[in-house]
Design a protein around this ligand. Structure first.
Ligand code: PMP
Length: 401
């Protein structure tokens, strides 16, 4: 069959994360130890399994079959004020309850905004490197991606202004513990980015899945959305990293005039939302001390990040560069120039059965000579982290001569 597939879908990249993970697990023999540093999954021990069990029983007792019926396209009405309260604890992010639509994780919010704002050939400005699924989503919608370099304190403002001068459907940013770079945008830059967006009338798509997972440097930096009086910022959040990704519950907070458009999109894309997870998350937000819950899971991630960082210090070739993250789920490391991350990661997956992702595809141009690698510390156990980093360490000495 000669399938006629949408060209934009063909342009989107097959996930390197999946490929590397599969490779590390392929032909696994009894006794083989496989370690996955490739995904962005939460730790199993951070998922509140008992609470989910208890609340599932509770909501079914209380609401019966309604819990398993189709959910409304805008989301469960009782969840929205709870999210608003949760978001506004540290300053006003969401001014009205009318500003929300619930989505299947923030992935769907990204895709919804892409569909609503991008006409084929439109420019979309993104940090370089940035989240692969977002760039794939925008490519699928027909965008021409405009990469802007980043500094250690977030996007480079001069480069952003240059890019904005050329116009764009929006600017996509991950201000807290970016994926893959773990970079956090400073307060001054957030204000400046907001100003630039207003000056050039370019909406900001602010993606904040990791903001709550800060374990050191205890400086809370408010989201760009909290400076927004113009409705120029579309803010996305998710319960994937602080509750469980399998619940597929996230949200988009945007100007209320836009919400009906997204509600139509939700109807078309997924016929609404999952009632079960929305009902449970509503109960969580009402009854659980979220500060305490988030401190508990952040402590798990701090322990794992430290285990990874310390072991890297001990075992990696000194020419490899990286820093200890203050939150999020990743360490972004740079092998020396000239060392190809793809070769390194393919050998690690095939021979050592350790999955670590080459940085290439997180950059818009997918440079072949990319020497960055992304290591996830949230999912593997501390024992696996230590074992895996020791093995990778030996490999760095073979590649960094
Ligand atoms: N944005 C970023 C930057 C992410 O890293 C992720 C998950 N890896 C998402 C969005 C999507 O998360 P979800 O759809 O599970 O909410």
């Amino acid at each position: 069959m000669d399938y006629k597939i949408n060209e934009n879908l063909c342009q989107a990249k097959l996930s390197i994360i999946r490929r590397i993970t599969d490779l590390a697990q392929a032909e696994k023999k009894p006794g083989d130890r496989v370690v996955l540093f490739s995904s962005g999954q939460p730790a199993d021990e951070a998922i509140p399994l008992e609470m989910v069990k208890e609340y599932t029983a509770r909501v079914i007792d209380k609401y019966g079959c309604e819990v398993l019926q189709y959910g409304g396209h805008k989301g469960y009405p009782a969840l929205i004020p709870e999210i608003r309260r949760f978001l506004n604890k540290d300053g006003t992010v969401a001014s009205r309850e009318d500003d929300f639509v619930i989505t299947y994780g923030s992935s769907e919010a990204i895709f919804a905004v892409g569909n609503a704002f991008i006409l084929p050939g439109d420019r979309v400005i993104v940090e370089d490197p940035t989240y692969l699924n977002a760039t794939n989503s925008f490519r699928y919608c027909g965008a021409v991606l405009v990469p802007v370099k980043t500094d250690p304190d977030g996007v480079n403002l001069e480069a952003l202004e240059e890019a904005m001068k050329g116009g764009a459907a929006f600017f996509y940013t991950i201000p807290n513990f970016g994926n893959p770079s773990s970079i956090t945008m400073s307060l001054e830059k957030r204000k400046a980015v907001h100003k630039l967006a207003v000056k050039y009338q370019i909406p900001i798509l602010e993606d904040n899945p990791y903001g709550y997972l800060r374990f050191s440097g205890n400086e809370y930096i408010p989201p760009i959305k909290s400076f927004d009086r113009e409705g120029i910022v579309l803010y996305m959040g998710t319960f994937s990293k602080i509750v469980a990704p399998g619940m597929r519950c996230g949200f988009l907070c945007a100007n209320k005039e836009l919400i009906p458009r997204f509600v139509v999109f939700k109807g078309v894309s997924s016929s609404g939302n999952i009632n079960w997870s929305q009902y449970i998350i509503t109960e969580f937000l009402k009854n659980v001390d979220m500060n305490e819950h988030i401190s508990r899971i952040s402590a798990i991630y701090e322990k794992k990040a430290l285990a990874m960082y310390n072991k890297m210090k001990e075992c990696f070739h000194p020419a490899v560069q990286y820093t200890m993250p203050q939150g999020g789920m990743f360490i972004w490391a740079k092998l020396p120039d000239g060392v190809r991350a793809t070769d390194f990661c393919l050998e690690a997956a095939k021979r050592l059965k350790i999955a670590v992702v080459p940085g290439n595809d997180f950059f818009i141009g997918s440079p072949e000579d990319c020497s960055f690698i992304r290591l996830n510390f949230s999912k593997p156990s501390v024992e696996d982290i230590e074992y895996g980093i020791e093995k990778l360490g030996e490999l760095t000495f073979r590649y960094c001569i």
